[in-house]
Write a new protein. Structure first.
Length: 357
């Protein structure tokens, strides 16, 4: 391609081999662009970008691309990289074809929202396009959002900063992977279904919201993952769930949550309360090496005590038995509706020191 273009027609940016864009002295990647450009002109620029990327798979360094609230139609794979900067919100509209459309954005600064939706033509014909999204070393994303009319095969987020990640209600996703020191202010999975792997590691999430969500395969939260706030409500985990070396900074409550198989809280730190009162464990739960500062209620202490009993760890089991008694004592008062239970509790303590003597 380059051999067919005379040197006078090439971009004036140093080392760039892309032809000049229309009346500019530079190519479409390097020419000056203003933030609030006309939608028609923005669409033309992105059409040219996609055309040039077919000839130049490696985007020129320090490329500048305009944002667009009006969705930019995508019919094929798109890769944005090499210290690129997108000036504003950017929206992509996926047009159906027989192949998965891969969107890869790396080493890029996005000064606004990133949204991916299905094109209206697909909805009219009831076609669901397949899409895979990979974000690596991306900064300044405000909101990252995907619509439910997509067959989302994979979402990979590496070393990326996002204000909010949210999926439309009833969205189905094959795989989610977040790692490599990513930072997310809010990660929201509400009324979503994860069909395969759900993996978060070595990252920081300030607010994790999992509500009315179903996980059909394994869930792995691990490797120095930090979560400030969390909200697990009406969630169903159908396979093994692992919390390995996770730190929960604030209270953790699993509300009306069902774990169908083994749950492991290995080396997990709970800086505040842990509340398991409304959890249904259908299989075993393991707290080996967990650092638990405080249990919210008697039922939580009982669940943890029982988990240590099953593996023969008498020392830890006795510790949580004492916490269970402490929480029971806090709930029982002489002047209360539970006066009979109070007498029973006191009598049990006087007669056998609560079955320890």
């Amino acid at each position: 391609m380059d051999n067919l273009i005379c040197e006078e027609e090439l971009c004036e940016e140093e080392l760039c081999k892309v032809e000049k864009f229309k009346h500019h002295n530079k190519c479409v990647f390097h020419c000056d662009k203003i933030k609030k450009d006309e939608n028609k002109r923005v669409q033309q620029i992105w059409i040219e970008v996609q055309k040039q990327l077919k000839y130049h798979p490696n985007m020129p360094s320090n490329s500048i691309l305009p944002g667009s609230i009006t969705p930019i139609n995508l019919t094929s794979t798109l890769c944005i990289s090499n210290d690129c900067r997108i000036l504003d919100d950017i929206a992509f509209s996926i047009i159906y074809n027989n192949k998965t459309i891969n969107i890869t954005i790396k080493n890029t600064e996005i000064n606004g929202n990133l949204s991916i939706t299905s094109n209206q033509k697909n909805r009219d014909s009831k076609l669901i396009p397949k899409v895979s999204v990979k974000l690596s070393h991306v900064t300044k994303i405000n909101n990252f959002w995907l619509s439910q009319e997509l067959d989302i095969e994979e979402i990979i987020i590496k070393n990326t900063e996002v204000n909010k990640v949210k999926f439309e209600l009833n969205t189905k996703i094959d795989n989610i992977s977040i790692n490599s020191k990513s930072k997310i202010d809010e990660f929201n999975l509400t009324q979503c279904k994860i069909l395969n792997k759900f993996y978060i590691a070595d990252s920081k999430i300030y607010n994790l919201v999992i509500e009315n969500a179903t996980f059909e395969s394994s869930v792995d939260l691990c490797n120095n993952l930090h979560i400030d706030k969390s909200n697990f409500r009406n969630a169903t985990f159908e396979d093994i769930v692992t919390f390995n070396n996770v730190t929960f900074k604030n209270d953790v409550k699993f509300e009306n949550t069902v774990f169908e198989k083994l749950v492991v809280f290995k080396k997990t730190k709970f800086k505040q309360n842990i509340n398991l009162e409304d959890v249904i464990f259908k299989d075993e739960v393991n707290f080996l090496g967990a650092d638990i500062r405080n249990v919210a209620n008697r039922e939580t202490a009982r669940i943890i005590k029982y988990s240590f009993e099953k593996i023969g760890n008498i020392i830890e089991s006795n510790h949580y038995y004492s916490l269970e008694l402490k929480k029971e004592k806090e709930n029982l008062k002489f002047f209360s509706k539970n006066i009979l239970r109070w007498f029973e509790f006191k009598l049990h303590g006087w007669s056998s020191n609560h079955s320890t003597n």
